[in-house]
Ligand binder design. Structure first.
Ligand SMILES: Nc1nc2c(c(=O)[nH]1)N[C@H]1C(S)=C(S)[C@@H](COP(=O)(O)OP(=O)(O)OC[C@H]3O[C@@H](n4cnc5c(=O)[nH]c(N)nc54)[C@H](O)[C@@H]3O)O[C@H]1N2
Ligand SMILES: Nc1nc2c(c(=O)[nH]1)N[C@H]1C(S)=C(S)[C@@H](COP(=O)(O)OP(=O)(O)OC[C@H]3O[C@@H](n4cnc5c(=O)[nH]c(N)nc54)[C@H](O)[C@@H]3O)O[C@H]1N2
Ligand code: SF4
Ligand SMILES: [Mo]
Length: 699
């Protein structure tokens, strides 16, 4: 085993705490050793030294001015006051145990996050099932890529975001990028698209807004939000009508084509134009660009996925790839750009409601037996599947009376957030482990201050399925402990003395055994190998060198064939009407991250993106009398938000856009619709019906 302690004064090679690109960076300790500065790490292939502003400024959140450095416990007077770790952990264990005693184990909930390392996500899932014996665990990844995950499973029998490394992108012939604004959400990855174009490849971007990403496109289609399913079906219709299907591939490598073809043929181009607002000639142009070269890719992100039909929508894009033979072949395929730092690994190791480590199913008796064996418990003692994230949050205060939360800030990021905030306030007991006093942590009975990325070691799995090692570069302040320490301390207090080690590498070794033989097999991956090889791609069974490219010989289904799924367009859960005549869509800006809990504490990022706004088209602005910079009220069936107008012709005139990074009156999620996709249970963050009007007088 390599010595993973850093040498004082030397730099440590590690990864950014934020998004799924997991850019490599070097951290250099400042004199005195209490802080670090970020330096370029040119040898890491994904970003080759490039970083966005969030990554560059990430050390600001390590400084004690903005972070939590001691546990807080709510007093009888209702205030959060400093406490010792013993007092805080005792209070959490007592709070959770009290609920379980009075109402049964399923009255205790656990909510995790896709930013947690693999080790933490694994330990949290085990803690829920073994120490709390609750089925009620889910995580914010449900809000992120769950529709793509479900569609992946359905079509390919396996869910890894990208089936190929990013380095393949510049060498394919055409990329269709659906609802991804990666110029803002993964800036260093824009290089792959510029290189694609330099190599003669073409880029099609599908987004209701002309984003910085769309500006790079050879062809930009701007459909009405919520109509991507019709758009994909319309393209497939044209592919069939023009005789551009790959019959040999369909016959050799797929099943279910006849039904999927029939479903697509019901979506003729003029109908699709009417639904999407994209003119037929533009549809034809897209088909021409996609089908002309020998290879092509479709990449989706949250635009088409965060819909109440996200799974079917991604399924339609996969059908297009399969029908044209653009899957399971070099430089071709469908991929999903995952979002959070460990958006991929966080969905593999058991913090999801229906899942055991290694992407095993909680309902599969063989999976239960294997994992129970590793955990040293009776398989029958493992609970069954629980509720999905929104359903779990919605049940707080009624069926679920106490909650342990690690790695999410739902008061800002959950759909229908005012209602969820009420639910959280109605809990008997809330414990939050965080690095800062987030809006959700501020409501807790106990707040546990934890170590951060640069202060601890652990693995993440980036959007390519590449397992990476974050290394400890800095000694944490004395008052904080790691999430693994927290789970160890709580388990012991709940009577489970063994099985929750605090060493990340020990947890990883157990995760390897628990995942062995499962779909996401990590058993052949070690910290030493990751260090030596710039990451290892899963699946990686013992003795394997890892799998950079999936599906080249066979898909991961029982018969090795990809499955077409027949899908048909349907409306969003809410469509505009006389009272709410416009569509609201939501998303991100480059300088803020997620609920903003971390990035809103960095001066440089706040200067670049100081607050919420409502993006709207000049025609709409003229119609309602909106003035650039003046406050607009946006009202949906869930509530009302107020933020300044930002007038731009880069958005459709029937749609307004708000970023979701801020709490308070500009909170976009006050408005959003929690209508769920029936398969993935993804809420419809990207579409709801609203009314927009200038605010008269003082706000
Ligand atoms: N700066 C920054 N970067 C981030 C994050 C962050 O918060 N800030 N978060 C990370 C995470 S967790 C994630 S999940 C990723 C998300 O990365 P992206 O998916 O790129 O981000 P979004 O802005 O949510 O959505 C992308 C685009 O979808 C478009 N869109 C809206 N509605 C529709 C629709 O109906 N159809 C289509 N086709 N497009 C639509 C929006 O206009 C937007 O430009 O970013 C990661 N990177
Ligand atoms: N309207 C709208 N809403 C959305 C979206 C959208 O596009 N539109 N996107 C959705 C998506 S894709 C996502 S991923 C979610 C994200 O939204 P959230 O789930 O709220 O994610 P973050 O803001 O990253 O919250 C992470 C919290 O955990 C803390 N934290 C960071 N690292 C650690 C750690 O190692 N341990 C512990 N214990 N805590 C840590 C951070 O300080 C922060 O408070 O938002 C969703 N909400
Ligand atoms: S692109 Fe993502 S991983 Fe890279 S520096 Fe920015 S936030 Fe960090
Ligand atoms: Mo996400």
């Amino acid at each position: 085993m390599l010595n993973r302690m850093h040498t004082p004064g030397s730099t440590t090679a590690t990864h950014c705490p934020y998004c799924a690109l997991q850019c490599g960076m070097n951290l250099r300790p400042e004199p005195g050793g209490a802080a670090v500065t970020v330096e370029e790490r040119a040898d890491f292939p994904v970003n080759r030294g490039a970083l966005c502003g969030k990554g560059r400024t990430a050390p600001a959140v390590l400084s004690s001015r903005v972070r939590l450095t001691e546990p807080l416990v709510r007093t009888h007077a209702g205030r959060l006051e400093p406490a010792t770790w013993e007092e805080a952990l005792d209070a959490v264990a007592a709070g959770l145990a009290r609920t379980a005693r009075a109402h049964g184990p399923d009255a205790v909930g656990v909510f995790g996050g896709g930013g947690l390392t693999n080790e933490k996500a694994y330990a949290l899932g085990k803690f829920a099932r073994v120490a709390l014996r609750t089925s009620q665990i889910d995580y914010n990844g449900r809000f992120c890529m769950s529709s793509a995950a479900a569609a992946h499973q359905r079509a390919f029998g396996l869910d890894r975001g990208l089936p190929f490394p990013l380095e393949d992108i510049p060498r394919t012939g055409c990329v269709i990028l659906v609802g991804s604004n990666l110029a803002e959400t993964m800036p260093p990855a824009l290089r792959y698209l510029t290189e694609l174009k330099a190599n003669g490849g073409t880029l099609i971007v599908i987004d209701p807004r002309r984003t910085r990403t769309a500006e790079q496109a050879d062809l930009h289609l701007a459909p009405r939000p919520g109509t991507d399913l019709a758009l994909a079906l319309g393209l497939l219709h044209l592919v069939v009508a023009d005789g551009r299907t790959d019959e040999e591939f369909i016959a050799a490598r797929t099943t279910g084509w006849e039904e999927a073809r029939a479903a697509a043929m019901a979506h003729w181009p003029e109908l699709v134009e009417r639904i999407t607002g994209v003119p037929v000639p533009a549809l034809r142009e897209a088909v021409g660009l996609f089908c002309a070269p020998d290879s092509a890719m479709v990449l989706t992100a949250r635009g088409p996925e965060q819909q109440s039909k996200g799974t079917d929508t991604v399924g339609a894009w996969i059908n297009l790839c399969l029908a044209t033979g653009r899957a399971g072949r070099p430089l071709s395929g469908y991929g999903c750009l995952t979002g959070q730092g460990n958006g991929q690994g966080g969905r593999e190791h058991g913090q999801k409601a229906d899942q055991l480590p290694g992407y095993r199913k909680l309902t599969d008796p063989a999976a239960r037996a294997h994992v129970a064996g590793v955990w040293g418990v009776d398989p029958d003692s493992l609970p069954g599947p629980g509720r999905s994230a929104y359903e779990l949050l919605d049940a707080l205060g009624t069926d679920v009376k106490s909650l342990l939360l690690m790695g999410s800030n739902p008061v800002v990021s959950a759909p229908r957030a005012a209602h969820i905030e009420d639910r959280i306030r109605s809990l008997d007991f809330l414990a939050v482990a965080d690095v800062v006093l987030s809006e959700t942590a501020a409501l807790a009975d106990v707040v546990l201050p934890v170590t951060q990325w640069a202060e601890e070691t652990g693995t993440t799995t980036n959007l390519e399925g590449r397992v990476l090692l974050r290394r400890r570069a800095l000694t944490p302040p004395p008052g904080v402990r790691s999430d693994l320490d927290v789970l160890h301390g709580l388990a012991a207090r709940l009577g489970v003395e063994k099985g929750f080690p605090t060493s990340p590498e020990e947890v990883f070794d157990e995760l390897r055994r628990a995942s062995a033989g499962g779909p996401a097999d990590y058993s052949g991956i070690t910290y030493d190998r990751i260090e030596a090889e710039q990451g290892v791609f899963w699946p990686c069974p013992e003795g394997s060198t890892g799998t950079e490219r999936l599906f080249l010989d066979r898909f991961a289904t029982d018969d090795g064939r990809a499955r077409f799924v027949p899908v048909a367009h349907r409306d969003a859960a809410e469509v505009p009407d006389a009272e709410y005549p416009l569509l609201l869509t939501t998303g991100r800006v480059v300088a803020q991250y997620q609920s903003g809990a971390q990035t809103r504490r960095v001066d440089e990022l706040n200067e670049a993106a100081p607050g919420p706004f409502v993006e709207l088209h000049p025609r709409l602005a003229a119609r309602i009398g909106a003035v650039d910079g003046s406050p607009l009220a946006v009202t949906s069936r869930r509530g009302r938000a107020v933020a300044p107008a930002r007038i731009t012709d880069a958005i459709r005139a029937d749609t307004v856009f708000m970023p979701f990074h801020w709490p308070g009156e500009g909170r976009a999620n006050t408005l959003t619709n929690p209508a769920l996709d029936p398969t993935s249970r993804m809420p419809e963050f990207k579409i709801c019906a609203v009314r927009v009007e200038p605010v008269q007088g003082p706000v």
